[in-house]
Design a protein around this ligand. Structure first.
Ligand SMILES: *Cc1c(COP(=O)(O)O)cnc(C)c1O
Length: 238
């Protein structure tokens, strides 16, 4: 296999994505068992941002079918060909979405985790109608109220979810959050779960490489795991 510039292999400990995936799967199984949850209630999203096809193909080969990307443009460059060759693959947009990218996002992604403003709702509603495609939609909650982070403030969440449903006719399936890096994630997962419950939403996209087991304990239905599968990203990309 040739090494692409975005697939780092360090000389002393080469990272093997397939064994990364197997280790993550074991940890998910364990977390589900601890939480007395069915493994089937948790969807693993393998976050492949910055990694090229040579890193992704072994993961598809190992049976993984759901992948996450955080940039529409990057996903457009590498996924159409991979999806054509592997028709069962599902792609989730986990990064911020601008309304001018809604058309491409609806065309390419099976789920969008970053609905967070009315301009995006409007653009999505229009594209869903014209493309007759129905991506699963998550509203992103900025649980840490971090100014640099996308997402709806917790105190605005109920109003925003109601507007998505009533004003834009968008069927919202769940909530997504990214806890602040310097804080314990559990209170953020709990807040996200609480907002979901009072809005009748069943899906929770929460938990990354460092904290997906904790997220499963708190009800996550979708965990977004990148580096624990693919290895450390050398390209800074957030
Ligand atoms: C990159 C990214 C992830 C995966 O992060 P890891 O720490 O590598 O598992 C999850 N969610 C979002 C929104 C991301 O941008």
């Amino acid at each position: 296999m040739t090494q692409s510039p975005t697939t780092p292999l360090s000389a002393d400990s080469p990272h093997d994505p397939a064994s990364g995936l197997a280790a993550v799967e074991q940890e998910i199984l364990h977390a589900c068992k601890e939480a007395r949850r069915d493994r089937a209630s948790v969807t693993l999203i393998a976050v492949s941002k910055t990694f090229a096809a040579d890193a992704i193909l072994p993961i598809i080969g190992a049976g993984q079918r759901v992948f996450g990307e955080n940039r529409v443009q990057e996903a457009k460059g590498k996924w159409p060909e991979l999806i054509q060759a592997n028709p069962g693959v599902r792609l989730h947009l986990i990064g911020p979405l601008q309304s001018n990218k809604a058309k491409e996002a609806v065309a390419l992604f099976d789920a969008i985790h970053s609905v967070d403003r009315t301009s995006v709702c409007e653009a999505l509603a229009k594209e869903i109608k014209s493309q007759q495609k129905h991506p699963e939609l998550f509203v992103q909650i900025n649980t840490g109220e971090e100014p640099q982070k996308a997402g709806v403030a917790p105190q605005d969440a109920d109003t925003f979810i109601a507007a998505c449903r009533e004003k834009y006719g968008l069927p919202i399936s769940g909530l997504m959050c990214i806890p602040p890096v310097d804080q314990a994630p559990a209170p953020h997962f709990a807040l996200c779960a609480k907002i979901a419950a009072r809005n009748g939403l069943t899906n929770l996209s929460m938990g990354m490489s460092a904290d997906f087991a904790a997220a499963i304990a708190m009800g996550a239905t979708h965990v977004r795991v990148g580096s624990a599968i693919f290895g450390t990203r050398t390209v800074v990309h957030n």
